[in-house]
Structure formats: C-alpha cells, structure tokens
Unconditional design. Structure first.
Length: 107
C-alpha cells in the first residue's frame, strides 16, 4: 500500500475522514472538507458533480486511486468518494499525490 492510502487510513481512524457520496457532499456544503478524493473508476456523473461543487466551495479536488483501493485503505468495501476534514492531513495527501505524478512522469 502506498503512503497516500496509508494517510487515508490514518485520517479515517482519527475521525478526520468521511466516505461515500452523501457524507462527502455534506462535508463540502458545510465547509468542513479540506480535500475531496474521487476514485478514477467512479462514474463520470460523480466526478463532474464533485468537480463542480468543489470549484464552487473552493475545496481541493483530486481524482485518484480506485474504488477498491480507497475502500480498502479505510477498512471498508468499495468507496468512490472520500472527504478529508483536517487541513494538515489533506496537505500531506496532496503532497503524496503530486509526488506520485512526478514519479510517474520521470519513469
């Protein structure tokens, strides 16, 4: 498991992550979300809805991982969407995602 997924598990165990479309939408709407992650294999409608909502509420939004990976990282079944509510953990996850992209491009 990579570090980003480990950080998601840490966020969940510390109570700083909610998962599922409804809970994530509410976190964005209530302005408690510091980061939204949508799985790459989520539906196009889900991706577009969260992209638009995050843009409106100015919440960082990333498409990353697969539903199975996101769910496994937090000890659940498949999860298409996760919202991290802690700014520090969100920053660490963003940093890790960006580093993964750099590593892929350098191969």
């Amino acid at each position: 498991m990579n570090k980003g997924l480990s950080l998601l598990g840490l966020a969940f165990r510390s109570g700083n992550l909610v998962s599922g479309e409804f809970a994530a939408r509410e976190a964005v709407r209530k302005k408690t979300a510091a980061l939204i992650i949508v799985a790459n294999d989520a539906s196009d409608n889900t991706k577009k809805m969260f992209e638009n909502q995050c843009k409106h509420y100015q919440v960082p939004f990333y498409c990353w991982g697969l539903k199975e990976e996101l769910g496994h990282a937090i000890g659940k079944d498949y999860r298409a969407v996760a919202a991290i509510n802690d700014a520090g953990l969100a920053g660490a996850v963003i940093k890790n995602i960006n580093q993964e992209v750099v590593d892929i491009w350098q191969r």
